[in-house]
Write a protein that binds this ligand. Structure first.
Ligand code: HEC
Length: 138
C-alpha cells in the first residue's frame, strides 16, 4: 500500500514539473538584444551610440574598475572576474546567444555591475549605448 501511494504521488508531480519547465523556459528567453535596445532608447528618449558605448565599457571609474575589468576589453572573448578570477562567458550576443535574452537577468546584472563600477545604476542611455556596442560584435 505504501509503495502504491508513493507511485501515485510521484506520478502526480509530473504535470507540475512539466508546467514549471515550460514557465522557466519562457522566462529564460523573454527578450532579445534588439527588443531591449528599443526599450532602452525609448526610455532614454534618444538614440544609442556605438562609440560612446565602447568608451563607457572601457572607462575606469574612480575605483579603477570598468566593465572591461571583468568582461575583458574584447567582449567577444571570455572575461575574467576582477576579484574572484572566475571565467565569465563572452558578453557579445552574436558569440554567446544566451546574452540579452532574459530581461530579469540583464536587469539584475546591469544593476549590480553598474553599482560596482559607478556606485550608481546605469541610465537607460548608458545601457542602450553598451548594448548597441555589444550587439553586433563578432
Ligand atoms: C566585478 C566584475 C564585473 C564588472 C566590473 C562588471 N561585470 Fe557585468 N557581469 C559580471 C558577472 C559575474 C556577471 C554574471 C555572470 C555571467 O552572466 O556570466 C555579469 C553579467 C553581466 C550582464 C548580463 C548579460 C546577460 O544577458 O547575460 C551584463 C549586461 C553586464 N554584466 C554588463 C556589465 C556592464 C555594462 C559593466 C560596466 C558598467 C559590467 N558588466 C561590469 C561581472 C562584472
Amino acid at each position: 500500500m505504501n509503495s502504491k501511494h508513493t507511485y501515485f504521488s510521484v506520478r502526480s508531480l509530473w504535470p507540475v514539473l512539466g508546467a514549471w519547465c515550460v514557465i522557466s523556459a519562457a522566462n529564460a528567453g523573454d527578450t532579445n538584444p534588439d527588443a531591449l535596445l528599443t526599450q532602452y532608447q525609448q526610455a532614454a528618449g534618444q538614440k544609442a551610440d556605438r562609440a560612446r558605448g565602447q568608451k563607457f565599457f572601457n572607462a575606469s571609474a574612480a575605483n579603477d574598475l570598468s566593465c572591461a575589468s571583468c568582461h575583458g576589453a574584447s567582449p567577444v572573448q571570455a572575461g575574467k572576474h576582477a576579484s574572484t578570477g572566475k571565467t565569465i562567458a563572452p558578453l557579445a550576443p552574436l558569440v554567446n546567444p544566451d546574452r540579452f535574452s532574459d530581461s530579469a537577468k540583464v536587469e539584475k546584472w546591469f544593476r549590480r555591475n553598474c553599482k560596482d563600477v559607478l556606485s550608481r545604476e546605469c541610465t537607460p542611455l548608458e545601457k542602450a549605448d553598451v548594448l548597441v556596442y555589444l550587439k553586433d560584435l563578432k
